[in-house]
Design a protein around this ligand. Structure first.
Ligand SMILES: [Zn+2]
Length: 475
């Protein structure tokens, strides 16, 4: 029987171990970051595989069992487990990804992207924050428990992906086929950032989904003279512009029928929480370079619109003449890439179809319109009253010395919605990257402070969750 004071002593010993071994850990981190596991580049396939092997060797070295590299239709998925905390103890699934974004433009890096630079209390390298750094922190937190206590305070399963940066293609099939390796009471995903760069941790509880289309409007069989045919032949570019403009109304709402039917509105509690989040609009404007924030959907604040409401965007638009000078034509066709960011409980497949049907229905008989569905992903949310949230908040406060703030993210992490839809598994998003850490950009970095305080937080989190009963953790 472990008493409460034992638990505190064991947690403190594991945190102390992390502090004592920091130099060794950073040397190992350097080694891991040097493997260029770029999932988008087929020339790097062997490196992605090598990164997977590096992780499995580490898991085995620290006593995590069944560490397995599963081949998929794309890059490998890794699973592993340590399940000796007893049947009443909770089981947590840890998800991170070990693939990284391409590094180009390489000449904008101060040092090459796969030669880590330790400077200014930061680690600069591709993957430092997104997401190899966070994966590495989970390995070291587990190692700290295994080395000092000889055990983990709860049952852990690991689920590491190599395709996150290219759309997580194999995830759904893998979850279907290997549900038994992923069974848990809750999932912890570390692939997001802290609330700010000044040591305030964050708990993410919502992610937006997406739906994406290409629209093409065709008119005459070929470009025609606008003097000779103008006024008689409808112009596909004019038509496309009108159609796309009509997709949002004067209140900033999307006009596709049924678009808002399933949108779960913000609760009064959430809106109150949004209102108290620190947000400097002038700083936000300076960072984006826009002269002013858009009006957006009426009735919602800028912060609410940035993460908790659906949006519509034209991602690209082309057609007709765009060379030097003037060319007086009515183009034969015009096209656009468009997308919507979705929020719980919008169904991306339903939205894909309703947008397609709506665009086809509003196209005038003077043209033909075709709409192709490009890709989609589901939104996700973890209720703020999930029983896992208070222990996460206590662990982050113990690690960072500051209470976390709650945030919804405007982006998407496909695995979160997939685990919920396929296994009914809820996710706690506990991220440690720095918000201004240049993910997907040159000179990506993570602060040593976030690494240190984040690893300590994970150590505390396992103690906090391990003190609960599995039944009490299931929402
Ligand atoms: Zn990521």
């Amino acid at each position: 029987m472990t008493t409460e004071t034992d638990a505190v002593r064991m947690t403190d010993a594991a945190v102390a171990h992390l502090r004592e071994r920091e130099a060794d850990h950073l040397a190992q981190f350097d080694e891991f970051l040097r493997i260029p596991s770029v999932s988008a580049d087929p020339a790097r396939n062997a490196d992605v595989q090598r990164a997977a092997e590096w992780i499995v060797a580490e898991l085995e070295r620290l006593g995590i069992e069944q560490a397995t590299i599963h081949p998929t239709s794309a890059h490998p998925i890794i699973t592993a487990e340590w399940l000796h905390a007893g049947p009443d103890a909770p089981t947590v699934l840890v998800y991170c990804h070990y693939d990284v974004q391409p590094s180009d433009p390489d000449d904008e890096w101060v040092r090459p992207p796969f030669e880590p630079r330790f400077e200014d209390e930061r680690v600069y390298a591709r993957g430092a924050g997104d997401d190899k750094g966070q994966l590495f922190m989970h390995l070291k937190a587990a190692e700290a428990w295994m080395t000092t206590a000889g055990r983990l305070p709860l049952n852990l399963r690991f689920f590491f992906e190599g395709d996150e940066e290219v759309g997580s293609g194999p995830i759904e099939t893998f979850i279907d086929e290997h549900a038994d390796l992923l069974r848990a009471d809750v999932c912890v995903v570390s692939d997001s950032d802290t609330f700010d760069d000044h040591g305030t941790p964050g708990i993410g509880y919502g992610l937006r989904g997406i739906a994406y289309w290409e629209v093409r409007v065709s008119g005459p069989a070929h470009d025609v003279h606008s003097g000779q045919y103008g006024g008689g032949v409808d112009n596909p570019a004019n038509v496309l512009a009108r159609m796309l403009a009509s997709l949002t109304d004067a209140d900033g709402r999307v006009t596709v029928p049924g678009f808002y039917d399933r949108v779960r509105d913000l609760t009064a509690e959430e809106r109150a929480a949004y209102a108290t989040l620190p947000f400097d609009e002038a700083e936000w404007r300076a960072e984006t370079g826009v002269p002013a924030a858009m009006d957006g959907e009426r009735g919602y604040t800028l912060q609410e619109r940035l993460s908790a409401r659906p949006t519509f965007d034209i991602n690209g638009i082309w057609g007709g003449y765009s060379g030097a000078g003037a060319k007086t034509i009515i183009p034969a066709w015009a096209a656009a890439k468009i997308s919507t960011r979705l929020v719980p409980d919008q169904d991306f497949r339903e939205i894909e179809q309703s947008m397609k049907a709506h665009l086809e229905s509003i196209a005038p008989p003077t043209v033909t319109a075709s709409v192709q569905i490009i890709h989609g992903g589901a939104p996700a949310i973890t209720p703020l009253d999930h029983p896992g949230i208070p222990p996460v908040a206590r662990a982050l406060e113990a690690g960072f010395g500051t209470a976390p703030l709650f945030q919804r993210s405007g982006g998407s992490v496909p695995v979160v919605a997939a685990l919920d839809a396929q296994l009914g598994l809820k996710t706690l998003m506990v991220g440690f990257a720095n918000p201004s850490g240049n993910f997907h950009a040159p000179n990506e970095w993570m602060s040593l402070r976030n690494i240190r305080d984040g690893m300590a937080s994970i150590v505390h989190l396992w103690a906090e969750l391990g003190a609960m009963k599995a039944d009490d953790l299931r929402a």
